[in-house]
Design a protein around this ligand. Structure first.
Ligand code: APR
Length: 270
């Protein structure tokens, strides 16, 4: 089908949805300036996920390759500092305000769905603006500028090759112990998966935005929705692992295509 036709078909399906759920990956934030992971030039193209994506790997990475760790941290801090919700995020917030979108399930940790105005967001890989106590597990959300300057301070402290310099920089819990970013590293348990699966099993339309669909257990969300006979729409300029379960494939960037779907929905409902 042509892009126009795909957009119209997706709008037709969504305008009749009883319970729309969105499932998003890093591609939805690409137009906010945050690098995806597996695209050419993406984060995993330039940094080894076994080093920076696992808890133990990151610690030894900091000790063994402090200058590369500093480069990674500065890139993440700079892109998060500049990032703001793009028209794709804002269209999802509009769909919630219109009473069409029930929940966003996201693999992203960039807080942009909250900043765009969505109020029901399930973050299965955590949120980089939230920190968790290493001792009592209590959590605290920080302002973006606090997290960005913390990232830059940690980057500046690297290179002395010892971890002792890091601990005093980490925020402190009310119990006195250091706190770490509340994000899920490879090998760690994902968060709120039961809530995500419950939403996926109850939706009648699932809108997938910007994910390659290769990381489990998050990638089971569309499969659970499909098994519950939901219609599945995907917006992605490239391929994903979900091609066999997709009813409508919109080949495009979410920041451009989703606002066009939203316009078409509004005209159908007016
Ligand atoms: N709009 C929509 N989709 C896009 C855009 C865009 N502007 N730009 C890129 N994409 C698509 C790519 O084609 C790709 O299919 O987004 C997808 C990004 O895939 P990945 O880089 O694999 O990111 P993601 O699927 O979110 O990865 C899942 O892997 O490393 C872990 O924890 C990390 O949450 C992440 C998980």
């Amino acid at each position: 089908m042509s892009l126009e036709k795909d957009i119209d078909t997706a709008a037709e399906i969504i305008s009749r949805a009883k319970r729309l759920v969105a499932f998003t990956g890093s591609g939805v934030s690409a137009e906010s300036g945050i690098a995806t992971f597996r695209d050419p030039g993406g984060l995993w193209d330039r940094f080894n996920p076994d080093e920076v994506g696992t808890g133990g790997g990151l610690l030894s990475f900091v000790m063994q390759k402090p200058s590369v760790a500093r480069e990674f941290l500065l890139e993440v801090a700079d892109s998060f500092d500049k990032a703001a919700p793009n028209p794709g995020h804002l269209a999802l917030a509009d769909l919630e305000k219109m009473g069409i979108l029930h929940t966003v399930i996201t693999q992203n940790v960039d807080d942009l769905h909250w900043q765009a105005g969505n109020t029901r967001v399930i973050e299965v890989h955590g949120n980089l603006m939230r920190f968790r106590c290493l001792a009592c597990y209590s959590k605290k959300k920080f302002k973006k500028e606090e997290v960005v300057s913390l990232g830059r301070n940690i980057a500046a402290s690297l290179g002395k090759g010892e971890l002792q310099g890091l601990l005093p920089i980490l925020p402190k819990c009310t119990c006195g112990s250091p706190m770490r970013p509340d994000v899920v590293m490879f090998g760690e348990a994902v968060q709120d998966l039961h809530l995500a699966m419950d939403e996926a099993s109850k939706c009648d339309v699932l809108l997938i935005l910007g994910t390659s669909g290769v990381v489990y257990p998050a990638a089971t969300v569309p499969l659970v929705a499909r098994r519950a006979n939901a219609r599945v729409i995907d917006i992605n300029p490239g391929e994903s692992a979900f091609s066999s379960i997709i009813d409508v494939q919109i080949r495009g960037n979410s920041g451009k295509s989703l606002p066009r779907v939203l316009e078409s929905i509004k005209s159908k409902l007016s």
